[in-house]
Design a binder for this molecule. Structure first.
Ligand SMILES: Cc1cc2nc3c(=O)[nH]c(=O)nc-3n(C[C@H](O)[C@H](O)[C@H](O)COP(=O)(O)OP(=O)(O)OC[C@H]3O[C@@H](n4cnc5c(N)ncnc54)[C@H](O)[C@@H]3O)c2cc1C
Length: 330
């Protein structure tokens, strides 16, 4: 059995990357002759998985939804939640325990692996057969790939964001809910979340889901250098994403930052303007389907990795693009 952690949005629905992880689990199951896929959700002291979530998981082929309940699981604690997930693993004898490669997914899988005494592969992109079970994973913030052998059971790993497209199953699962209230040792609750602040509505949300993102880096030149870039963003119905130099300097707010310590984006088109393409920035934009770099330096890493590039000053190139878009639209 393959056990997949499903994280939830504030409205109780499954987060997109968890649906991607379930799709990955299904691919694994298909390669393994139809091993069942179960999900584990952390219900804490809440009402448990909603009917909508149950139905959503059914469409992704989930057989059983283990709902972990209890006051001790209400607030996030890496060790506490991992010990609860291991309770399910022990009961179900799962041969694979996996999650989406979110901060939480990676932390929890690391705890699970450490407790089970096995290795863990973070940010897996694909697998190559099951015996031996070899996976390819992203390392160095997505700048390099590594093949890793997972020959212990359970095989514990997380799936890199956008490694697969979330796709419902041809045959839905039953998604029967099994509530469990595992006992959590006090020692596992010493490090736990005591308060959470939600970002203001729409902060970074539209950036993460935008089909087109216009990027801006140091090349913008200062807080007043964004006029043409914002106009391009508006003309394309895009979102603005920026480098850390820009947010550190206070030119734009942090929720617009793309990268390792910002948002990870996967638009159809990313247009980084005046961004060098440092590894930490690349970690957040490497999943873009097409990249059109605008930069004065033909040797900048962003330019050499981009699908298309315009070598020139963004303060000349971007207004010219804007003018051409306006002209074509009459
Ligand atoms: C732990 C850690 C985490 C980090 N996290 C992130 C992160 O999440 N996101 C992130 O972005 N960075 C992050 N960084 C910083 C990262 O290493 C780089 O410093 C940063 O991405 C560089 O930003 P930049 O490309 O805007 O600036 P630079 O590297 O200075 O590049 C500016 C680019 O603009 C070009 N340029 C200059 N003028 C013009 C012009 N007029 N027209 C066109 N092109 C022009 C230049 O040729 C150059 O390529 C992190 C660093 C660390 C150590």
């Amino acid at each position: 059995m393959i056990l997949t952690l499903v994280e939830q949005n504030l409205d109780g629905s499954a987060v997109e990357v968890s649906l991607e992880a379930l799709t990955f689990a299904r691919n694994l199951s298909a390669a393994g002759g139809g091993v069942p896929i179960d999900a584990v959700v952390l219900a804490g002291d809440g009402p448990g998985p909603s009917d909508e979530l149950r139905k959503e998981l059914a469409t992704y082929g989930v057989r059983t939804v283990y709902a972990l309940e209890g006051e001790d699981l209400a607030a996030y604690s890496g060790a506490g939640w991992a010990s609860a997930i291991l309770t399910v693993r022990e009961q179900s004898k799962a041969v694979v325990v996996m999650a989406a490669g979110t901060d939480r997914g990676n932390e929890l899988m690391a705890h699970v692996a450490a407790r089970a005494g096995v290795a863990m592969a973070a940010n897996v992109l694909t697998f190559h057969g099951l015996a031996p079970f070899v996976v390819t994973r992203q390392v160095v913030g997505g700048a390099a790939l590594e093949e890793m052998l997972l020959d212990q059971r359970p095989a514990v790993f997380s799936v890199a964001g956008h490694a697969v497209e979330a796709t419902p199953a041809d045959v839905p699962g039953a998604a029967d809910v099994v509530p469990l209230t595992p006992e959590i040792a006090a020692a596992d609750l010493v490090a736990r979340v005591v308060s959470t602040e939600e970002p203001e509505a729409d902060e970074s949300g539209s950036l993460k889901s935008a089909r087109v993102v216009v990027g801006a880096g140091r090349g913008a030149g200062g807080p007043d250098g964004f006029g043409d870039l914002l106009e391009l963003t508006e003309l394309l119905g895009a979102a603005l994403g920026v480098s850390r130099v820009v947010t550190s300097a206070g030119w734009r707010p942090h929720h617009e930052q793309v990268g390792q310590t910002g948002s990870r984006i996967a638009p159809e088109l990313y247009i980084p303007c005046g961004i060098s393409g440092a590894i930490q920035h690349w970690a957040g934009c490497s999943s873009a389907k097409h990249i059109l770099a605008i930069n004065t330096d033909a040797e900048a890493p962003m330019v050499t990795r981009a699908h298309y590039a315009v070598i020139g000053d963004l303060h000349e190139v971007v207004p010219a693009i804007n003018e051409e878009i306006r002209r074509r639209r009459g």
